[in-house]
Design a protein around this ligand. Sequence first.
Ligand code: PXG
Length: 296
Amino acid sequence: MPEGLVYVDGEFVKPNEAKISVFDHGLLYGDGVFEGIRFYNGRIFKLGEHVDRLFASAEKIGLPIPMTKEEFATAVLRTTSKSGLKDGYLRPLVTRGAGDLGLDPRKSKRSSVVIICSTINLYGNKHELGLKAIVASVRRTPPSSLNPNIKSLNYLNNILAKSEANLKGADEAIILDIDGYVAEASADNIFAVKGGVVYTPPTTTNLVGITRGTILELAKGHYETRVERFRVDFLLKADEVFITGTGGEVAPVVELDDQKIGTGVPGPITKDLQKRYFELVRSTGVPIPPSGNNGH
Ligand code: PXG
């Protein structure tokens, strides 16, 4: 069982005791939204931005959250505090809640709020060595079918891409949009470096990643940045490629479809941004209150 603590509709429970109904429409239909947040050194990184994005996702699917943003942030802080963990991963989710069968959301009378506080390890030592990626054969669901900024509980498109990477012995999948431009990785945004310029696609077909925003900020004043569309051939000719996400942090991509990117090892600009990202996440964020002092 994973370590940590789970908040379920106002109760704090151990991970192996945390339960939701099999009639929850989050399970039955993927009707719900989530966030992935990290905390480092006793501080929750970008907590406010994640809570804002969770509420924005919920609003886009007409999902009521029975708490204010402030109450939600407090619940996240309390769960983390009570878990005793100083470094880890938070997975808040809001589901449509239990309701009769049938996908009509009105069948669920009350949303469920779950906040998992645990740990996550996505790429092991690959942050130093670099990842191998493939270009997935499945395309990203187009924005006309599903707004990519709804961080919903329905990740099958991304899971199919990730499974294809697994089958081919790669670590990650790069997903193209419906027009063949590079969109993102399975749960990360993507960057390319060429001639000292840092490129990333616009967020029309992918998630407005909080890590992506942080990297664009960190690059400012150090490197020229360009937000523009590009295709796979641009990645193959790039000097460096890396992906960014709360879970994956900043991870170099050194191989794509069995071809080396640049020199085949993590490049200097990726390493510089990675270093400054790790310094930032370890020194900023909302402090987790001491557990005796949080009203519980
Ligand atoms: N694209 C997609 C499709 C994502 O799901 C990102 C980009 C990066 O966004 P952030 O804001 O994290 O920089 C994501 C993020 C998990 C997990 O539990 C998933 C994400 C983040 C953290 C953990 O697998 N997705």
